[in-house]
Design a protein around this ligand. Structure first.
Ligand SMILES: [Zn+2]
Length: 287
C-alpha cells in the first residue's frame, strides 16, 4: 500500500462537500472544532456524540480525527479546564492528537444523511422530504413494501436500529395498520403537523413529551370514534439510535472521496460506544 497520507484540511474539505455548512439550519454550529488543519489523518472515528467515553475511544484507538453528529461546544464554552467535561474533552483531544469535526443539521437534511439512512434501513420506497425548513428537506416519508401492523413495524424498527437501553415507546394499537412511515432522527416534537399533512400512518422520532404526543394521538382516536381511520401512530425510538444509522455509510463515502481527491485512503470506523444517556429501564407494567 502507498505510504501517502492526507491532511486534516483535505478531510475537512471533503466533509464540507458532503455536508455543506451553509445547509445547516440557522443557529446551528458545525464544522471543525478542534485540530491543526496541517496534521496528517490516517484513521477517522465516526460517532453521534463527542462524550468523554467517545473521546477516550478515539485517543486510545489511535484515531487522528473524530467526526460527530452533535457539536461538543453547542451550549458555549467559557473555559478550557480539565475539571469541566467539555474542557476535559478538548484537552484530551488536543493532547491525544485527535481532531474533532461535526456535521449536525447539515447531516440531517443531506442526501444520504441521517434521515435518508433511517428511511433506507426501514426499506421505505418513494421517499420524500417530510417538511422543508429554510429550504432544506428535514425528515423523510415513504412507503413500506407491504402493509403491516404497528406491532410488526415496531419489531422491524427494533431489528434495524442499534441496541440501546431505552428501546422503543409506541403510541397506538398493536394491530393498527401501517404502510406510510415518517421518520425524523433525533428530537421530532415540532413536526407533528407535517406528519399529519404527509398522510403518514406512523411517525418514528425521539425525545417526545407527554402533551404533544397525547394531543396528536387524540386526533386519531377521535377519527376512529366516528368510523374513520385511527392514526398517525407514534414511536419514540431514542435519540442516539435514530441518529446512528447514517454513520457507516457516511464513513464509507468519506474514505472513498478522500481517496479520490488525495490518493490516500483513511481508515474510517464507527464508534462502538453507546452514547444514549439512559442506562437502563424498569417497566412498571407488563408489556
Ligand atoms: Zn441529535
Amino acid at each position: 500500500m502507498e505510504n501517502s497520507t492526507c491532511s486534516l484540511s483535505d478531510v475537512v474539505e471533503v466533509l464540507d462537500g458532503m455536508f455543506p455548512p451553509a445547509t445547516a439550519l440557522s443557529g446551528d454550529v458545525v464544522g471543525l472544532t478542534v485540530g491543526d488543519p496541517s496534521a496528517s489523518v490516517r484513521r477517522v472515528l465516526m460517532a453521534v456524540d463527542p462524550t468523554l467515553a467517545v473521546v477516550d475511544e478515539a485517543v486510545a484507538g489511535g484515531f487522528d480525527l473524530l467526526v460527530t453528529h452533535h457539536h461538543l461546544l453547542r451550549a458555549g464554552l467559557h473555559a478550557v479546564v480539565p475539571s469541566e467535561p467539555k474542557g476535559a474533552a478538548v484537552l484530551a483531544l488536543s493532547e491525544g492528537g485527535v481532531g474533532l469535526y461535526s456535521a449536525h443539521t447539515n447531516a440531517d437534511v443531506a442526501t444520504g444523511g441521517v434521515n435518508d439512512a433511517l428511511a433506507a434501513a426501514l426499506g421505505l420506497r418513494d421517499v420524500e422530504p417530510l417538511v422543508e425548513p429554510e429550504g432544506q428537506p428535514l425528515g423523510r416519508v415513504g412507503q413500506l413494501p407491504t402493509e403491516t401492523t404497528l406491532e410488526g413495524f415496531a419489531q422491524h424498527l427494533a431489528a434495524v436500529l442499534p441496541g440501546a437501553p431505552v428501546g422503543l415507546r409506541v403510541a397506538g394499537p398493536r394491530d393498527g395498520r401501517v404502510e406510510r412511515v415518517a421518520v425524523l432522527g433525533g428530537s421530532g416534537d415540532r413536526e407533528f403537523d407535517a406528519v399529519r399533512e404527509a398522510g403518514a400512518d406512523v411517525y418514528v422520532t425521539a425525545d417526545l413529551r407527554h402533551h404533544p404526543v397525547s394531543e396528536f394521538r387524540e386526533h386519531g382516536l377521535l377519527a376512529a370514534r366516528s368510523g374513520g381511520v385511527d392514526g398517525p401512530f407514534v414511536i419514540d425510538a431514542g435519540h442516539w439510535a435514530t441518529e446512528s444509522l447514517w454513520l457507516a455509510g457516511a464513513g464509507e463515502r468519506l474514505a472513498d472521496e478522500v481517496e479520490r481527491t488525495t490518493g490516500a485512503r483513511p481508515e474510517v470506523l464507527v464508534s462502538t460506544t453507546v452514547t444514549d444517556p439512559w442506562d437502563f429501564t424498569v417497566s412498571t407494567q407488563e408489556g
